[in-house]
Design a protein around this ligand. Structure first.
Ligand SMILES: Nc1ncnc2c1ncn2[C@@H]1O[C@H](COP(=O)(O)OP(=O)(O)O)[C@@H](O)[C@H]1O
Ligand SMILES: [Mg+2]
Length: 368
């Protein structure tokens, strides 16, 4: 996939700007808080129809304006496509692909795929499970629209159950109805998550062996409802989860919150059998995250026959030169966007585009 250009109108700190990109490598540089990440965010919007960082769509509208518009020209599955996204104050955002309105985010899936990698991801292994779940879901949602719809439906039902649990008197009939639907969706979500964790593990394992000169074997575990889920459990998930749901009911009533279900899932990473979260050095953890991200990029190629757009936000400054080279040499196949404050690091690149951003304007653009 290739993003050819993007037009930003009243988007974040941009008033009106059209930027043409290189098909391979784009280095977006400039001081802090000038609008570099905003460009990546604008591209990201077309992957799943929402921002990777804004809490509300309205945050994307330039302060003091009443709408924001982003237009993008890209090539996907060898076809020229155009996308438009319009956000108006207090209205639902509208997305169009080739002038056709997208009614649900699940309809957008697969049009423009991205892998986003920012500095916060470097603590993917060390931090709590939320980020690991989100990272996995963003990947799967782009590859599987049914999964995206199921996760949204699951969230809706869980919110409903959560409200119900807060009531003084619980409506048990409704509780059982919700639980039945939640159980069904949980089984589906967990099966898909397990399947993708195994796919990522297979690719990541190969890369990890390569970077460690065959010394480090990486493996991953899927943890759901407090249980380690293996191949055997996946086959009998229906029995396992029905039992677990009953077991956890007492705790749900005691704490008045939803305890059962994949919204509490986690992923564990191991190197040669040792849990990376507890036994890995910071360097090992960073490398494992890089390997994860590269595996994600490769998985897109495997599943859909095309590389995704790789968005590397301010990541290079966090890595030593060995790991920087590793990133640049290992993932140089699709189109890449790199934001940084210091473009000097890239002075040796043979071809690509350097775009300088100052206060929401492109002030320099050099192709080499
Ligand atoms: N809705 C908005 N309207 C106007 N400016 C905004 C809006 N949202 C963010 N900004 C501005 O955008 C800048 C941050 O942009 P960002 O792309 O994150 O910077 P960086 O170049 O450091 O990556 C800040 O100056 C912030 O005030
Ligand atoms: Mg930034």
């Amino acid at each position: 996939m290739i993003v050819k250009n993007i037009s930003l109108n009243n988007f974040r700190n941009y008033s009106s700007e059209k930027i043409e990109f290189d098909e391979k490598l784009n280095i977006i540089y400039g001081n802090n808080a000038q609008g570099k990440t905003n460009i990546l965010e604008a591209i990201y919007l077309f992957s799943l129809g929402k921002s990777n960082r804004a809490l509300k769509d309205g945050d994307l509208i330039r302060f003091g304006e009443d709408y924001a518009k982003v237009d993008i020209d890209f090539i996907s599955k060898k076809r020229e496509c155009k996308g438009s996204l319009i956000i108006e104050n207090s209205k639902r955002k509208k997305i169009f692909i080739n002038d056709i309105a997208v009614r649900r985010n699940s309809e957008l899936v697969g049009k423009l795929n991205v892998v986003f990698f920012g500095p916060e991801y470097l603590s993917l292994i060390r931090e709590g499970p939320k980020m690991r779940r989100k990272n996995l879901d963003v990947l799967i949602c782009q590859l599987n629209p049914t999964y995206l719809s199921s996760v949204s439906e699951y969230k809706r039902l869980n919110e409903q159950k959560s409200k119900l649990l807060k009531n003084d008197r619980i409506d048990w009939i409704l509780f059982d109805v919700l639980n039945e639907k939640i159980l069904e969706l949980s089984i589906y979500i967990s099966k898909v998550r397990f399947e993708y964790i195994k796919k990522i593990e297979r690719i990541a394992q190969k890369i990890q062996l390569e970077v460690s000169e065959n010394r480090e074997k990486l493996s991953m575990n899927y943890i759901s409802c407090g249980l380690k889920i293996s191949e055997k459990e996946i086959e009998n998930l229906s029995d396992l989860y029905s039992k677990r749901m009953l077991e956890l009911k007492e705790r749900e009533l005691k704490y008045r919150e939803c305890v059962f279900g994949p919204h509490r899932d986690d992923i564990e990473f191991f190197i040669n059998g040792a849990d990376l979260k507890y036994f890995g050095s910071q360097g090992q953890q960073k490398t494992a995250v890089l390997v994860q991200k590269i595996a994600e990029v490769e998985l897109f190629l495997e599943e859909i026959g095309e590389y995704p757009i790789l968005l590397l936000d301010d990541i290079m400054s966090e890595l030593d030169t060995i790991r920087q080279d590793f990133v640049l040499n290992k993932i140089n196949k699709g189109q890449i966007f790199i934001t940084c404050t210091d473009s000097e690091k890239f002075k040796n690149i043979k071809s690509g585009k350097f775009l300088r951003i100052d206060k929401g304007e492109m002030t320099e653009c050099i192709s080499i």
